[in-house]
Design a protein around this ligand. Sequence first.
Ligand SMILES: [Zn+2]
Length: 252
Amino acid sequence: MAETVRIAMTGGHGPLKWPQRCPRCGASSDLIYFDGRVARESVSLGLGVWRFRRYSLTFSILTCRRHALANELGAALLARGMVMMLLRGLIYISLSLSLILVFLFATGARAPTEFAHTTPAPFLGYLVAGWCGTGLLLWARRVTAVRPVRLDPDQDVAVLRFADEKYARDFKKANSKATSKALSDPPIFFARASFWKTVLVIALVAFIAHKVAHATPQSHCERAPPRPRSSDYYWSCPGPAALANSARVTGR
Ligand SMILES: [Zn+2]
């Protein structure tokens, strides 16, 4: 079972101490350090221009020489940066499209040969890239024994993910002060700046959605005939669904 560990990066407890063995294979000889990176990225609209900010932190991770490179590559593929998240998003979309196609082929709704002949090559390439990317991500999950996940948005706390539970326990024991609850635990949710930012964004989206939802029927009403004296006026402004229905009826 994998375990995530929160580590306070400030507080004067010195560099991290690593258990003297490889987190992947357990070898205790030929150990080397590789660079693990965590970053905090933010995009904001300030003075009419998009500002992209990135703050990253590097620390050395100890593994055996044989597993260092794979661990470093795997961690980079699974990194939380915006670029990598976008790439992974494209891979997941491609894979979903592939799975829908497989379903259509299996049920006989579409013929594979006909699909291959009528589909533009770039789209076929995108589907193939999706399978390759998925394979690469599965490989990354398998080889990454120690993965720097992220920097906490509110504190100088790095989050690391260990594939091996026992190794994670030994790591915490070796760095008992940096991983102590007092230094690394997140503050209660309403004391976090990121919580209020999220609330603000949700409120803004809800406000825009509300405005949009109420703007549409009004435009029909403006074109509606002047108010009759009967009490069924409130039914004289048809909603979008009613309009679509009447269009279908009169169209045929
Ligand atoms: Zn190893």
